[in-house]
Each structure stands twice: as structure tokens, then as C-alpha cells.
Design a protein around this ligand. Sequence first.
Ligand code: CP
Length: 307
Amino acid sequence: MSSLFNQSLVSASQLDQGLLSQIFTLASHYKRKVAEQGVLDILSDKLMASLFFEPSTRTRLSFESAMQRLGGRVIGFSDASTTSLAKGETLEDTIKMVMQYTDLIVMRHPQKGAAQRAVEVSSVPILNAGDGDGEHPTQACLDAYTIFEQKHSLQGLKVAFVGDLKFGRTVHSLCQILNQYNSELFFVSPKTLGMPEWILQKLDSSRYSQTESLEEVISEVDVLYMTRIQKERFKSEDEYKKYKGVYIINRDAITKMKSDSILMHPLPRVDEIDPEVDTDSRAMYFEQAKNGMYVRMALLTMVFGKA
Ligand code: CP
């Protein structure tokens, strides 16, 4: 895809290097413009729907603030139990209604594949804000932008993804982007929470390896990307407890990282990054979250053809 104009974004596989470069340039532009002007007047004729069928802090608020910083308007919900879904309305019918009222739909849903189902019935673009244990492509854009800002290139980096790689939709999306830039990827997880086959099949098999040992890779990588063990995706509390706390970055662990490496996390965190390392200059997770708004401003203007 060489343009996002009027397009839906469901998977990071839709994003080539040209589009990513455009997203990075625009995100940097909006970072400067918001600092200068606060609110811009680019999408004042547009209305965005923000449909969150699953909890969110960063994605929802950064999308909504991005739209409002661009002068656009937002409607939506963050608690699907207040909608007619509670009366049995299907996702498809919900989308067919919302598309009558708005120019674009941002949607988070607990089921993998839900964003694609929405695309199939929608006359307006759908931006996937996370579909179950599927993908989270706009998070991958802001992650890639944060890496680009810090390392000045995505080319050939050594990147370790650590934690719950089975259910972690952010890593499913980001590794597809990094794969385009000849990165060397290390997947660090308990065997039962490894990167799923449907993602591995999309990657260059000579450029990734899998291990259970964080110790093996922590001192070699340029980027250490931690993830949360996702309690809500396990069948039982006992199953979750087997993995809780399996990888933790604290003051001791961070000393093993290279001085010019960066520590990332899509957030929310539980216990996998101790707040005692938040002030370390390598800790980038709050910067990542902040970049989310600028990157989403870039995506919105590209989809609306106003970039
Ligand atoms: N990173 C992320 O998706 O955070 P939220 O679940 O708070 O949106």
C-alpha cells in the first residue's frame, strides 16, 4: 500500500517503509505544531467514532486527543455494556449504524479478527486499535517511531521481545515492521507463551531466534521490549499465576543492558518493570505513550487525505 488515503488499517503488514517514513515525518511535524499552537485546524470538518469494546487508557485517549488536536470531533463509547450490544446487536450491525454518523471508526475489540469483520461491512475507514490477541498496528507505528527517534534508524537493530508473546498483540504487529528493516529479533518467553506460528510465518526465519532466557540476550540488544503477562486472556487465575513475574526488569537487571540501548513497554505494566527504573535514561515507555498522540495525528491526516 503506498497511500493510506481512505484506507482501513487492520494489520501492520499493510505498512511499507515508504508509509512508515511518512508517518514518522508527520509525527515529528505534529509534535512541533502542537507545542506551538496547541490545537490545529486540519480536520474540523471530520467526525471520528471511538468504539472501545475492551478497556484502554492510552490508545483511546491518544486517538481522541489526536482527533481533537487536529480540530476534529469525536463520538463513541468506552463501555460496550451501555450500547445495544447488551441487547444482542451484532458487531456488524453496530458498525453499519456508526458508519452513518461518522467519517472514520477507531475500534478495539476483544476478538481477533473483529477489525477485519468491521472492514467487510463498513463504508468508512476502520482503524484497528487492538483486536484480541491479534494485532495492534497503530501501537506498532508509535513503537517504531519511538525507536526511530532514539536510534535514528530502524535498520539492522537487535531487538528482544520479552514476556507474553502468544497473546501480545503489540509485539505481533511491531515484529512485522522490524522484519522489513533486517532487524535481528529475539523472542524471549516461557515455551507456552511463545510467538504464534501465524506471526512467525510472516518473518524471515534466518533473522529471529526463540529462547526462555532473558539473561542470554539482555546485554546484546539495542531495544528491550517488555510485555505484560495478560491475565485477562488466561482460562484461569491459577494458569496466569504460573507465569506472573517470570521476567522482571529492576535496578539490578537494567545494569546489564547496553548504555545506549532502550527499554520499551506498550503499557499498562503490572510487575515486569519496577518503577525504580523509570528515571533511567533508557526507559522509554512514557515517551512511547506520549508519541502515540502525534503518530495517531499523522495516521488520521493520512487516512483523511489531509497530510
Ligand atoms: N498500549 C495500549 O494499548 O494501552 P491501552 O490498553 O491503555 O490502550
